[in-house]
Design a protein around this ligand. Structure first.
Ligand SMILES: Cc1cc2nc3c(=O)[nH]c(=O)nc-3n(C[C@H](O)[C@H](O)[C@H](O)COP(=O)(O)OP(=O)(O)OC[C@H]3O[C@@H](n4cnc5c(N)ncnc54)[C@H](O)[C@@H]3O)c2cc1C
Length: 483
């Protein structure tokens, strides 16, 4: 049995890792106020895998009899992708919110590298062996595995050797035990994960002088010399009734400092390989974008549900203009759903024989979902109305001296004032809080910036049928036909 329990996960984080937040060195991540809410959510996910009612959706039995988390099964057929979708939906249903970096979406980045085994074999067969072992190790040990790509970069117009070379993470030494790396990476969830797949960021991966920077490896989150510098919590100290999401689902981001960290050879996935850096940048989100867009779909549902409940309660649904706005939210939700559904229906075989979601449809869906989210959030804000910004806090409305006024002004139709204020607090945390703003920025960047996401569409679409259509329709000369 591979599956960890929630308590085992909590205990596993007490491993000597060096974590700082709010000017303090954290003794035990699982018990610290900044991390406890999100660690509890992740622990709940571990516990779900042990509950009989979730056995079908959340777990999978390997041929050797070992049970693993369903999200970690290598996708070999369309049904595996459909099962990943059911897994993500089941987890988000159970926790009652949306979390992005909880392991299932980041494991896909290892699968992208798994697809490159043959190429890596040509460079050094040991790397392909390491990749295979890590792809098996994550499910077998039920590890929380995250992703580190983005360096501070410094002056983007200069290559690293023309500035402080540590602006991009690089190899500073190589010995019998492994490689020694120095630099920094941004990484959501690192402080409460077990390990990260560290790899090159977006840069000029055609220049041979970049070889010391072209490395990919697995780093344990308690490695000596690794320091987690975390941003403050967006929910700490807030009343959970006022801020139901900030107080539970804030996924803490980290600036990870690699201060001469030794990476043992068995954890090195590629090294001094410009070709591998190029490959992983081009294919990084081949699988993980699916899990990512599933989260955005859930966020679209939260927008729609919030808008619907509010206008139904306030009697606005009879107005055709309000129905039109709701239709836009439905259209947004259903278009994301259509991309995800089609990406599975039209799934493609990967270079190593895995089943990957249809790449063109998936990347198009990702750009559609992320580009339109701010506009749909704004529409929801408009439909909910100004009360989401001006309603008194939960403690005040519960005060016996005040409650009568709140009952008078906030009871609408069959809704009690308590339910109405709860919906407004939820809407505020979804749309207006610091957490809401942070999530929109996360969605903009966390799977690479918009220009790179658009490039993924361009690079994964087959343009030939469109060219051919115009060649024929415009009766172009044979010269053009030959290209
Ligand atoms: C909340 C949050 C969580 C994150 N979590 C993670 C994580 O878990 N792991 C991880 O690896 N990273 C993470 N990131 C980092 C994220 O991947 C980067 O922010 C993103 O890749 C953009 O890099 P940058 O911020 O350095 O922007 P820059 O490289 O400085 O780019 C800024 C802007 O400049 C323009 N630009 C830059 N270069 C080009 C170009 N070549 N062509 C066209 N326009 C260009 C674009 O408009 C771009 O958006 C996170 C970021 C945020 C905000």
């Amino acid at each position: 049995m591979s599956l960890m329990t929630g308590d085992e996960y909590r205990e596993s984080l007490n491993d000597g890792r060096e974590v700082y937040v709010d000017g303090e060195k954290v003794e035990n991540v699982a018990e610290h106020l900044v991390f406890k809410p999100i660690v509890d959510v992740k622990a709940r996910m571990y516990d779900m895998n042990h509950e009989a009612r979730y056995a079908d959706t959340c777990t999978y039995t390997l041929p050797d009899g070992d049970t693993i988390c369903r999200a970690f099964k290598l996708p070999k057929e369309k049904e595996d992708l459909a099962a990943i979708r059911r897994y993500v939906e089941t987890v988000l249903d159970d926790i009652g919110g949306v979390v992005y970096r909880v392991g299932d979406e980041t494991i896909g980045e290892l699968w992208s590298l798994y697809d490159a085994q043959d190429k890596l074999n040509e460079i050094d067969p040991a790397y392909a062996e390491n990749i295979r072992r890590h792809v098996e190790r994550v499910p077998k040990l039920d590890l929380f595995h995250v992703s580190a790509n983005t360096d501070p970069k410094g002056d983007r117009s200069k290559p690293p050797e023309e500035q402080d070379p540590d602006m991009l993470l690089h190899v500073v030494d190589e010995n019998d035990n492994g490689i020694v790396v120095r630099g920094a990476k941004y990484e959501t969830a690192a402080a409460y994960a077990h390990q990260a797949f560290v790899k090159p960021t977006i840069a000029n991966w055609t220049d041979e002088s970049m070889a010391p920077y072209a490395c990919g490896f697995i780093c344990e989150m308690n490695a000596p010399g690794l320091k987690h510098l975390c941003r403050s919590s967006l929910g700490k100290g807030a009343n959970p009734t006022d801020y139901p999401m900030s107080t539970r689902f804030d996924e803490i981001d980290t600036l990870l400092i690699f201060d001469n960290v030794l990476i043992p050879w068995e954890n090195v996935l590629f090294h001094r390989s410009i070709e591998s850096a190029q490959y992983i940048r081009a294919t990084l989100h081949r699988y993980s974008a699916f899990n990512y867009v599933l989260r955005v779909l859930r966020r679209a549902d939260l927008l729609l549900g919030t808008a619907l409940l509010n206008v139904e309660q306030t009697g606005l649904t009879k107005i055709p203009a309000v129905k039109e706005k709701l239709a836009q939210l439905i259209g947004y939700r259903e278009t994301i759903n259509a991309h995800l559904t089609a990406a599975v229906a039209e799934a493609q075989e990967s270079p190593s024989g895995l089943m990957m979601p249809n790449q063109s449809l998936l990347y198009t869906g990702r750009v559609y979902a992320l580009t339109n989210f701010p506009a749909m959030a704004h529409l929801t804000r408009e439909l909910v109305g100004g009360q989401l910004a001006v309603t008194p806090d939960a403690k005040t409305v519960a005060d016996p001296r005040i409650k009568g006024y709140i009952d008078k002004y906030y009871s609408v139709g069959g809704w009690s004032s308590e339910d109405r204020t709860k919906l407004l607090y939820f809407a505020r945390d979804l749309l207006n809080s610091s957490y809401a703003g942070h999530k929109i920025t996360f969605e903009l960047f966390a799977q690479s910036p918009p220009f790179a996401q658009n490039l993924a569409i361009y690079n994964n679409f087959d343009p030939e049928p469109a060219r051919e259509m115009v060649r024929k329709a415009a009766n172009l000369s044979p010269k053009v036909l030959k290209g």
